[in-house]
Write a protein that binds this ligand. Structure first.
Ligand code: UD1
Ligand code: UDP
Length: 382
């Protein structure tokens, strides 16, 4: 019997982390064949994920350039995917989230009239320029997709409100599936600086920041806020794995390069990152993925953005939107450092984003769509 060929297209670090468990689940299904097409929008940061999860791309467009533009990422992906789709002849193409790889991957699938499954569908802020370009990428992909895999009920409601075509499934976020395999109590860091940190007597804050809409003054404000917090709290150590984007590195190293107790390190692999978060005091970030992972670990997250498409953790009380102004970031982070009660209120493990079984539901939904089973998966419920 002919297997259903499912080709997953991804290219950045977060897409790879969240697609890795799904690629494995697809490969384990007896009536499916799983293929990976990497765009290579990220290089080192993508390769690191592939290595940890022991995955190999069947195709690699290798598109990354230093300081690449949105136009370059999009056009190189579309051009590269033409021949890949013609050769691989997939029955379904999966894209993830809201990057330029996601948008261009879906558009290529549409040009070849291949059905599209969108993993992490339905997240919205309602502001087309924030996050930029992610909000528009995911809106456009929703219009093209046939199967929408929404992490949460609210995400699915966004899609229903927009009257998107196709089937909507509430699956939970595959990020939580990925964490099942990475976190271990006896984990030993291979990054020297992390092994030397004293997580008992020091309070370790994990920081990341990379979003395009934060380039310029917002990022400058954020870096000054971090410096101020460390200077006013002698028991705080900041660990900041700095994204490889030159625009980000220039700003971060320029301001925090010589600040005591701020450890600027290269991006760490996903196992190191998850285990670092599991041991830290709190997280300060503009990342999407960290907003999902930290609550599951019971770590407060301060979201250094003006908005978020992930309101669930805020509603659950473990995340707070702190904006991009120095004084407000310092005030709200200071509260968590200075008040035990404020900290205890936020430091509780909740799982609004998933139960670790999202990939199983997605594969079941695909099987149902192709008539391999008459069982439609039950929705993920918090
Ligand atoms: C991209 C996504 C963003 C996602 C983020 C995750 C778009 C437009 N943006 O943003 O949604 O949140 O990934 O990290 O799709 N670089 C390297 N090596 C790497 C990765 C990046 O050198 O492994 C450098 C390159 O100079 C590259 C630059 O970083 O040009 C920016 O990468 P890019 O993918 O364009 O933007 P991100 O900010 O990573
Ligand atoms: N991450 C990682 N190493 C790092 C920083 C982040 O493995 O040095 C992981 C993090 O745990 C999460 C994902 O990368 O799973 C988030 O990626 P990023 O913040 O780059 O993108 P976003 O989620 O904002 O799109």
């Amino acid at each position: 019997m002919k297997k259903i060929r499912v080709m997953s297209v991804f290219g950045t670090r977060p897409e790879a982390i969240k697609m890795a468990p799904l690629v494995k689940e697809l490969a384990a299904h007896p009536q499916m064949e799983s293929l990976c097409c990497l765009t290579g929008q990220h290089r080192e940061m993508l390769d690191s994920v592939m290595e940890i999860f022991q995955l190999k791309g069947d195709y690699d467009l290798n598109i990354m350039e230093k300081q690449q533009t949105l136009t370059k990422i999009t056009t190189k992906t579309i051009l590269g995917m033409d021949s890949v789709i013609e050769e691989a002849k997939p029955d379904l193409i999966l894209v993830h989230g809201d990057t330029s790889t996601t948008f261009a991957g879906a558009l290529s699938a549409f040009y070849h009239q291949v059905p599209i499954g969108h993993v992490e569908a339905g997240l919205r802020t309602g502001d087309k320029y924030s996050p930029y370009p992610e909000e528009m990428n995911r809106v456009l992909v929703s219009d093209m997709a046939d199967l929408h895999f929404s992490p949460t009920k609210a995400n699915a409601e966004n899609l229903r409100r927009e009257d998107v075509k196709g089937q909507i499934f509430i699956t939970g976020n595959t990020a939580i599936d990925a964490m099942k395999t990475t976190i271990r109590d006896d984990f030993v860091f291979s990054t020297q600086c992390l092994n030397e940190l004293d997580f008992q007597s020091k309070r370790v804050i994990v920081v990341t920041c990379h979003r395009r809409e934060n380039y310029g003054q917002p990022m400058v404000n954020i870096m000054h806020a971090i410096a101020e917090l460390v200077e006013s709290h002698p028991d705080v150590e900041v660990v900041y794995p700095v994204h490889l984007s030159p625009a980000v590195r220039e700003c971060v190293f320029g301001i925090l390069g010589n600040v005591d107790r701020v450890h600027l390190i290269d991006p760490v692999n996903v196992e190191e990152m998850h285990n670092l978060m599991a041991r830290c005091y709190m997280v300060m970030t503009d990342s999407g993925g960290l907003q999902e992972e930290a609550p599951a670990l019971g770590k407060p997250v301060l979201v250094m953005r003006r908005e978020t498409e992930r309101p669930e953790a805020i509603a659950a009380g473990t995340a707070k939107l702190v904006g991009v102004e120095q004084a407000e970031i310092v005030r709200l982070a200071g509260e968590l450092l200075d008040s035990e009660a404020a900290y205890a209120k936020m430091a509780k493990a909740v799982n609004p984003y998933g139960d670790g079984n999202a990939c199983g539901r997605i594969v079941e939904a695909i099987a149902w769509h192709f008539g391999l089973t008459d069982h439609r998966p039950a929705d993920f419920q918090v």
